[in-house]
Design a protein around this ligand. Sequence first.
Ligand code: PGA
Length: 252
Amino acid sequence: MRKKIVAGNWKMNLNRSESLELVSAISKEMKDIDLKNNRVIVAPVSVNLASVVDSEKDNRIECASQNMHFADSGAYTGEVSANILKGINVNLTLLGHSERRAYFNEDDALLKQKVDAAIENNIEIIFCFGEELDDRKAENHFKVVESQLKNALFHLKENDWKNIVLAYEPVWAIGTGMTATPEQAQEMHAFIRNLVKENYNNTIAENVSILYGGSVKPTNAKEIFGKPDVDGGLIGGAALKADMFVEIIKAM
Ligand code: PGA
């Protein structure tokens, strides 16, 4: 059975002590929450990842990288590789976040290389994708999402999908306060699950967790997460405050 997941993407926020404070506050506030079928993940800034991992001794909060390079090592100033992440016990990374796509020119071809490197190194991927506002206005959103998945993921082998989590994040909803309605999220998530089924099989489609991201807050999380094909959320702004983040965890 697929798991429900709430993941916090801290983006370029919080220094080391602020990161440690936040993770410790989240950990304290969620100590009574049963995580048997649920996962809680945070993605701190890369220089603080090791400290946050080391501080999370009971492993109830998993740590993810926000990004990863496709090469194992080499002359790629400022980047981190799978091997470097594994060296600090991080086995999970976001890839394809819309901010990486928009500000760092990450296209489908590059993301495919990163996906392959992560899979080869047994690093689990939270793969982010989603349409821009113009795509939705032109009613191209299904086509855009399909091509993002096809170009970066649908070459994977069936067995690789155990290391894939999908995160649908309509770009127009990220950091804007404009959330997709629960119905819009469900419609797209059902479409995505069906695409996985068509390209692979029903078992893989039913087992892959599909998260929604884009202005999820304590006030709207329950309704969005209540939809049958929405398996949790990737949270930006509201992940930076322990009480808000834990409210969202409770909604899952
Ligand atoms: P937001 O960000 O929750 O601030 O909209 C979501 C994301 O970028 O993953």
